[in-house]
Write a protein that binds this ligand. Structure first.
Ligand SMILES: [Zn+2]
Ligand SMILES: [Zn+2]
Length: 329
């Protein structure tokens, strides 16, 4: 397809404002002398002669020193938390997302080091920051504003008179509430969520017998899972009917891993409770009794597996791990 870019007026190869915007916050910057400028693809306006495709041009976009500093911090965080980069796959995409999230904070004026440290201090915090702000922060980038017009309008998009001046009040509001959620979540303490029972009487996990599990509010729906079990499979007397109840999240994971409710699941739950590394595969022959088949009236446990005598297992675990317990369990 022939093009005729050489016939375009020279001014069209630049933004019509004659300036280079920071691709993030939008203020006017000096065009970088090297080739590091981001390029924004634009389509030349006007009518084309038949058979000619409209020329596609790259308009250079810069990065101001403040936005560049934010990108460098994001880069440093990805180096410090390689799992974040690995879970996203590409380094470039991870950097773009994390930088966007941090631009989101900057756009609403969250700049004090203490708050930014709180929101980026660990892997969990970074995941939450990415979930909450990568998209919103991406929308705050000046280049996104320029692209939301038709390609033909990109060259007409003015730079921002002050940093983030192009960001709409609606978007700011959305970013603010996302950040408020992140900060609230950060100070929230886990609460004890008691095992639910039909009549409200105290009950426990069918397997480990624990009466409550500590959880953050948003995890509450996943703490307890309805379950039925064959009594004989969990160490009780054979009976024609299954028994129904709930299991805690640890035992639920164990049931998943064991592909069913039974001795293997209970063993996995005990191993997990005792902190036995999964690569240690002995102790498979222990025989356990699920709390649900204990004699009627057995109270639920404050700690998992209190109704079972785990002293032999603890002893073996300690021996395997090379511990010398100070107090005998
Ligand atoms: Zn900037
Ligand atoms: Zn349990």
């Amino acid at each position: 397809m022939p093009t005729y870019a050489h016939t375009l007026p020279k001014a069209w190869l630049r933004f019509r404002s004659g300036t280079i915007p920071c691709g993030a916050c939008g203020i006017v910057v000096v065009e970088p002398v090297d080739n590091s400028a981001e390029k924004l693809t634009a389509v030349a306006p006007g009518k084309m002669p038949d058979g000619y495709a409209p020329p596609v041009l790259d308009l250079p976009v810069g990065l101001c020193s403040a936005c560049n500093g934010i990108e460098q911090s994001a880069h440093g965080l990805l180096l410090a938390f390689p799992n974040i980069r690995a879970s996203i796959g590409s380094h470039d995409i991870a950097l773009h997302r994390l930088t966007s999230a941090m631009y989101g904070l900057d756009a609403i004026g969250v700049r004090d080091a203490a708050t930014i440290d709180r929101l980026t201090e660990g892997q969990r915090e970074l995941r939450r920051l990415l979930d909450a702000l990568a998209v919103l922060g991406g929308m705050a980038r000046w280049t996104t504003t320029a692209r939301t017009g038709m390609f033909e309008k990109i060259a007409d998009t003015p730079p921002s008179s002050q940093r983030w001046g192009h960001v709409s009040e609606d978007l700011r509001q959305e970013i603010r509430s996302a950040v408020a959620g992140l900060l609230a979540r950060r100070v929230e303490r886990p609460r004890l969520i008691l095992a639910p029972s039909e009549d409200g009487s105290p009950t426990g996990c069918m397997l480990c017998g624990v009466e409550g599990v500590e959880a953050l509010r948003e995890d509450v729906p996943n703490v307890w899972t309805l379950m039925s079990a064959d009594p004989a499979a969990i160490g009780g007397h054979p009976a024609p009917d299954t028994i129904d109840g709930v299991v805690c999240s640890r035992c639920d994971r164990a049931i998943d891993a064991a592909h069913g409710v039974g001795q293997s699941a209970m063993t996995l739950s005990v191993r997990d409770f005792l902190g036995l590394p999964t690569h240690l595969r002995s102790l498979e022959h222990i025989s356990l009794i699920g709390w649900a088949v204990m004699p009627k009236g057995t109270p639920p446990n404050a700690k998992p597996w209190e109704h079972a005598d785990l002293s032999d297992i603890r002893h073996s675990v300690n021996a395997l791990l090379g511990y010398r317990p100070l107090v005998s369990a």
